[in-house]
Design a protein around this ligand. Sequence first.
Ligand SMILES: Cc1ncc(COP(=O)(O)O)c(C=O)c1O
Length: 356
Amino acid sequence: MGILLSPGPVPLLDEISQAQTKEMITHRSKAFTELYGDLVSRLKGYFNCEEAYVLTGSGALGLETLILNLCKKDDSVVCFPNGDFGNKQVLTVKVHSSAIVHEIEDGKGWNLERTKEAIDGSEADVLAMVYNETSLGVTNHIKEICTYAKSKGMLTIIDGISAWPGTKLDMKKFNVDAFVTGSQKGTAAPPGMALLGLSSDAVEKFSSRDYIPSYYADLRRHKKRFEKDKQTPNTPAVTLFWALQKAFDVIDRKGGLDSCISRHAETAAHVRERLVEMGLPIIAEPGFESNTVTGFICPKGILASDVKSKLDSEYGIKIVGARGAFKESGLRIAHMGNFKIEDIDTALDAIGKLTR
Ligand SMILES: Cc1ncc(COP(=O)(O)O)c(C=O)c1O
């Protein structure tokens, strides 16, 4: 046993692991209808959106599903990457549509002031960006950006894979048309499910298309089957769906989304305070710090990869390296899901010793 503080998959509570071991049911049973109906109705409430789906597959499948259903070949999509996952989102957009890409220095975040001119000048059909850039621990100001983009008639697609449920989201208030998160992050369920939320404008766009360039990920099929009997068009990972239901029970039992967000935000502030006290600067510029993962810079002369491997071999603590411009010098400590604050403090104590 050690301490796993990776930005997903995160450690599972026993009750969530054990939820997977029930007697199997088929996805064409009444029991499955009840299970999936419950997941979808809870997701619609959590996200505040028109329609929700759970796909069997990782977060990236969910993101690509949103893109291929909502971005036509001749649409233009304005993208604001600020790290590895933003760059991967651009590659995904380029497979299905055409991307107008704006860049910013690693560690910096996007806000309305920095995106407004590009939005005004682009005449794009869609805006796509990442909420929480996991590779550096930077959170973008999606509420202001999406609200502005929507006022210009764009559809907004947000990769919230590592943001939710540790960061605030209200799709209607934020003007987010399509949202995806991954089960293995703050939701603290096993990996293998993508949770999708869609606005009425997004539903209208994919429903009215004659051709969608995928069979499995064609949301028209998911919608049709759900409307028929609250089931999925193909065989889903039923065991994972049970675990997801239990993970939602845990979120609700611990006080719901507001208390989940506060727990993440307070822990993130605590982590930053301790790192700064130890002389380890935070990668994210002020005002864009993440609630769920903190990237920090090791002192000159100390290799981040050495700190990471000694943390594992000497203390049994697993964290991950930062990416991009901070690949050599940066590390990331995650505080997402049902983490224990004692584990985070133990990791910070060990980081302090190894970076002295
Ligand atoms: C912001 C973001 N986008 C996309 C992904 C890809 O998700 P997955 O590995 O579940 O496909 C990740 C994974 O860490 C992520 O953090």
